[in-house]
Design a protein. Structure first.
Length: 131
């Protein structure tokens, strides 16, 4: 994970002991709302700094899209027939948002984001099926 996301995850993890002592879901919801608000503030600041209107259209959107396509095209486990266009679009969108958030991009992020997309899709399908 990128350092800024690692920082966010570690801060959540370090606060976890405080969260474990919380007995109501309302307090937990408040904690996540605070983290979400911090992310939104950082993202809106990035939008203003980069002078873009949408977080999924960063100044390096073309570079990111090319890197994602190349990463998925030439990896043995990620051949183009196994990766759908929707998954590629989600990876590109997520990496653009990450770039707007902290203005850092590395080509290996294209590979790191794929398991997150699959996890999100599996969770979404479980929610839709009612499990």
């Amino acid at each position: 994970l990128p350092s800024s996301l690692r920082h966010l995850v570690w801060s959540m993890r370090l606060q976890r002991k405080n969260v474990d002592s919380i007995h109501s879901s309302e307090d937990l919801g408040t904690e996540f709302k605070e983290i979400r608000t911090q992310f939104e503030v950082s993202l809106s600041w990035g939008l203003k700094e980069l002078s873009v209107s949408s977080a999924v259209q960063s100044p390096i959107a073309g570079v990111i899209k090319h890197a994602v396509i190349e990463a998925y095209k030439y990896r043995p486990g990620l051949h183009s027939e196994l990766v759908t266009e929707m998954e590629i679009k989600q990876a590109v969108d997520a990496l653009n948002v990450l770039y707007v958030y902290n203005r850092i991009y590395e080509p290996q992020y294209a590979l790191l984001v794929y398991p997150l997309i699959l996890t999100f899709q599996n969770k979404l399908s479980h929610v839709q099926s009612g499990k």
